[in-house]
Design a protein around this ligand. Structure first.
Ligand SMILES: *[C@@H]1O[C@H](CO)[C@@H](O)[C@H](O)[C@H]1NC(C)=O
Length: 321
């Protein structure tokens, strides 16, 4: 519900008027009625793309490519009543550049209840698949979870975090779900959304951004065509990445490789102001300056990019308040 207070949801004001609880209950009833009696069960899939675009524009610092790609891919997918394949996005970039933030916004603006929606499934290797020796069980579990949840509701979101720490071989079980087959295991799975997140390719993206800066090109001039091949190469060359030997890249099952650029000083400044606004605080110069002063930058010589993006901004603000 954070978005309602940010003013990006068109019905945010209405929710305020009716009271959060009754509005949520009413919407829930409507959704379940439609699920019970409608021809297509869309469960709590309630995309709000204008809200998503507005939130991205206001709060995602320095990511012109990610913004454009995500919005474009989602528009095409959501507006198509019968997609030919599930939507598969792979997000790449340095720590703290906004990958998790974007995926949580996606959950929030696509599903009632956001990350807490029963249709949103979040997998993290350290939590769900910690022991490489249990790989066979994990494979069985993951396949049956995806299959079971997609049978219950074709509009489901599967989010895979830290793809560079997945036990080798696990992601292979997803391959049949990501393509354009009409039917897999007896059900139509083409309305699902899969999002994969990793830092893999981050160093290569940083290198391209650094070279652009050296040759005095605008950051906004960096194009996807320069980044996509280097990211794909980094993934294919990384035996620790879940896509290693899975065939997922080779068979072009990814709809978009989404690069996140390293953040510069003015982006971190933007993050600090966002965070203060979230806390309902006026921008205080001393706090903003203190957070910026405590940020470390790289490469050593240029001091251009924040070492951990905006990742620790929130905790450092709390420290300096
Ligand atoms: C759906 O996925 C969750 C994991 O997110 C799993 O615990 C649950 O058993 C799955 N449901 C079905 C019906 O397979």
């Amino acid at each position: 519900m954070a978005a309602a207070t940010r003013g990006c949801r068109p019905w945010g004001a209405l929710v305020g008027l009716l009271g959060l609880v009754s509005a949520a209950a009413a919407a829930w009833d409507l959704a379940s009625l439609r699920c019970n009696f409608g021809a297509f069960c869309e469960c709590d899939f309630q995309p709000d793309l204008p809200g998503l675009e507005c939130d991205l524009a206001q709060h995602l610092a320095g990511q012109h490519l990610a913004k454009a790609l995500v919005v474009k891919a989602l528009k095409a997918f959501v507006q198509d009543p019968a997609p030919t394949k599930p939507l598969v996005l792979s997000l790449h970039g340095w720590t703290g550049t906004g990958k998790s933030y974007v995926s949580s916004l996606l959950a929030q603006y696509l599903f009632q209840g956001g990350l807490r929606s029963p249709r949103v499934h979040h997998f993290s290797p350290v939590i769900h698949f910690p022991h490489p020796s249990h790989i066979e069980r994990y494979k069985k579990d993951l396949k049956s979870w995806v299959q079971g949840n997609l049978t219950a509701c074709s509009r489901s979101l599967f989010l895979f975090d830290e793809m560079d720490k997945m036990p080798p071989g696990l992601m292979e079980v997803l391959r049949p779900f990501l393509g354009s087959s009409w039917v897999v295991y007896g059900t139509n799975y083409r309305k699902a959304i899969f999002i994969f997140i990793s830092n893999t390719g981050g160093e290569q993206i940083n290198q391209v951004a650094l070279e652009a800066w050296h040759s005095r090109r605008d950051r906004e001039e960096i194009r996807l065509q320069e980044l996509e091949p280097v990211i794909s190469r980094a993934v294919l060359d990384n035996p620790n990445h879940g896509f290693w030997h899975s065939g997922i890249i080779e068979e072009h099952l990814l709809d978009a490789v989404v690069p996140f650029l390293p953040l510069q000083r003015h982006h971190v400044w933007h993050c600090v102001l966002n965070e203060l606004a979230q806390l309902g605080l006026e921008p205080k110069d001393e706090v903003v300056q203190a957070v910026l002063d405590s940020t470390t930058f790289f490469p050593e010589h240029e001091q251009l990019f924040s070492s951990n993006g905006c990742k620790t901004v929130a905790s450092r603000i709390a420290f300096f308040l």
